[in-house]
Write a protein that binds this ligand. Structure first.
Ligand code: NAI
Length: 339
């Protein structure tokens, strides 16, 4: 059988640097993949006149699997998030964000958690507008939170199925149903009902989002798989990345029924872009999730083991890990540690 072709989008800021590093490790590890490079983000506006060129969309459509670097989104004004557009276009409803301790000596040892974030609904649907009053066109602003039974059911089911398939014992549904009685109330109701279908395999609990944030910091070991709506998941997944040493270590997969886009949790890091100092681990571990997804889990395990060895032994560490190695030196060390 021929190797699967995957779409590769290097993206903005540190994206091209970490993408080059990751592709080098994938090649050295013998990943059976072919790569189709495509553009998106601020860079693509200059070269293609659009932050999400049609040929990039066509490539993801055709290949069904993509590895994506970070894409910068202007805050407040300017074009809408291309990340959100990609998730919507391919209905990538589940954002899977595992965090695991690799760098020892951090706040906690042996963290192993997975956050499942709903990716298509909530406040991020972008239904918002200003309300003008008298001479102020921005006297107020309004944003609509959308929760559907369909969307809630499929993400909660995904979380339970993920837990059952990966030998994980508990799903925590984090919500704000005490205040948002309709939108979050519906999400909670769906979770409580569905828990009964999995009661023999996976335990269930629900917890208010603010208390969840506190307990994640105080005692993260009480959690296993967490599921929540879009914006809560966006925020708490960064918090969880902080538990294992920061954004440089956090991978993600955006999964739909037929397409999947893998990317690091971090953004384009404009403060360090072009310096060759970014930590490529987030994107590398995202590539491992991609390998799992296309049935090359053995290669993924070899890469994860090599990353763990290099970081634990201190053979190479990037600046965010307290070391002074550059992106490509770190990647070379990982390649050297491949079994
Ligand atoms: P960011 O994640 O780019 O940076 C936050 C901090 O973490 C910075 O100090 C940065 O240097 C550091 N950092 C991030 N990744 C790192 C890595 N691999 N190695 C070492 N240090 C790293 O978040 P920020 O600054 O809020 O966003 C910058 C841009 O990225 C924005 O335009 C935002 O919209 C975009 N963004 C894109 C995402 C995506 O494409 N999935 C996700 C998050 C943000």
């Amino acid at each position: 059988m021929s190797d699967p072709i995957i779409t590769v989008i290097p993206g903005d800021g540190i994206g091209p640097e970490v993408t080059d590093a990751v592709l080098g490790v994938l090649r050295a590890a013998g990943a059976s993949l072919e790569y189709e490079r495509q553009s998106a983000g601020v860079g693509a506006v200059a070269t293609h006149g659009s932050p999400l060129p049609g040929e990039t969309v066509d490539s993801i459509e055709r290949n069904r699997v993509a590895l994506k670097g970070p894409l910068a989104t202007p805050s407040g004004s300017g074009f809408r998030s291309v990340n959100v557009a990609i998730r919507k276009t391919f209905d990538l409803f589940a954002n899977v964000r595992p965090v695991r301790t690799i760098l020892p000596g951090g706040r906690y040892e042996d963290i192993d958690l997975v956050l499942i974030r709903e990716n298509t609904e909530g406040l991020y649907v972008g239904v918002e507008h200003f309300i003008g009053m008298e001479r102020d066109p921005k006297a107020a602003a309004e944003s609509v939170m959308i929760t559907t039974r369909f969307g809630s059911e499929r993400i909660v089911r995904f979380a339970f199925d993920y837990a059952a398939a990966n030998g994980r014992g508990k799903v925590t549904l984090a919500h704000k149903a005490n205040i948002l009685k309709h939108t979050q109330g519906l999400f909670l109701e769906v979770g409580q009902r569905m828990a009964a279908d999995y009661a023999d395999r996976v335990a269930f609990e629900d917890r208010i989002i603010d208390a969840t944030a506190m307990y994640l910091v105080l005692d993260p070991y009480r959690f296993d798989v967490l599921v929540m709506e879009n914006m809560f998941g966006d925020i708490l997944s960064d918090l969880m990345a902080g538990l294992v040493g920061g954004l440089g270590f956090a991978p993600a997969g955006n999964i739909g029924e037929s397409h999947a886009v893998f990317e690091a949790v971090h953004g384009s890091a404009p403060d360090i872009a072009g310096q060759g100092v970014a930590n490529p681990t987030g994107l590398l571990l995202s590539a491992c999730l991609l390998l799992d997804h296309v049935g090359q889990g053995e290669t993924a395990t070899r890469i994860r083991d090599a990353v763990t060895t290099v970081i634990r032994d201190g053979t190479a560490r990037t600046r965010d890990m307290g070391g002074n190695h550059g992106t490509s030196e770190f990647a070379a060390a990982v390649t050297g540690a491949l079994a």
